[in-house]
Design a protein around this ligand. Structure first.
Ligand code: MG
Length: 216
């Protein structure tokens, strides 16, 4: 699908995993409980889009933006393996767009979140940086502005389940394949974004940062 690397090459996207409730202050802002293990959901790979305007399902709705660090799996991971960062080829930021009202209704009724999470244009991705470009030892900073207004600011050290734990958990469910993506959860500050809104995502690693501008 339509994901790209920083050098412009195309990424053939496989399974798109989403992690819910991975930052305590975001868990609190939605009134949820801290999970005992990573909360996993899926988005169709045809949900993926880039930073430029693109066909969106439910284009007249206000979505909730969830700014997240997104991982690109670079090599096969066997069932039950504990690969750590070594299986990650690329890192970027993305928006896990969510139909919050639909999701709340699904939660109330004990139904799957699919119609709230998986729809055309709901997985917004900046280009993937090579893993070697970011520090996997130190915390990464992530920031989102919408129409010039600061909405979300987080640090990956605050993840309830850090990246190696997420990958071990996912590989306990099924093998991972090159091209699989992992949306690693959002910090607090989720809020409305509409088609036509401009957004700026910034990823900070030790001594360096990347900024991407997009239009929903
Ligand atoms: Mg999310």
């Amino acid at each position: 699908m339509r994901a790209t690397r920083h050098d412009g090459s195309a990424v053939e996207v496989g399974t798109v995993y989403g992690i819910g409730r991975n930052y305590a202050l975001h868990v609190a802002e939605l009134g949820n409980a801290i999970p005992e293990e990573p909360l996993v959901f899926l988005k169709a790979r045809t949900s993926v889009r880039g930073l430029a305007p693109s066909p969106m399902a439910f284009a007249d709705e206000a979505f909730h933006h969830e700014l997240e660090v997104v991982l690109l799996i670079g090599r096969p991971v066997q069932l039950g393996e504990d690969p750590g960062w070594e299986a990650v080829e690329g890192v970027t930021l993305g928006l896990d767009l969510t139909r919050r009202t639909v999701q709340s209704r699904c939660k109330e009724k004990g139904l799957p979140w699919t119609t709230a999470k998986s729809f055309a244009g709901s997985a917004v991705l900046a280009p993937f940086l090579p893993r070697s470009a970011v520090s996997t030892e130190a915390s990464l900073g992530l920031t989102l502005e919408v129409n010039g207004e600061l909405r979300q600011r987080g640090r990956t050290e605050l993840m309830l389940f850090p990246v190696p734990v997420l990958l071990r958990h996912l590989a306990s469910l099924a093998p991972l394949e090159p091209g699989d993506l992992v949306f690693t959860g959002t910090p607090e500050g989720v809020g409305p974004i509409r088609v036509g809104d401009g957004f700026r995502m910034r990823l900070e690693s030790v001594g360096t940062s990347w900024t991407w501008d997009g239009v929903l």
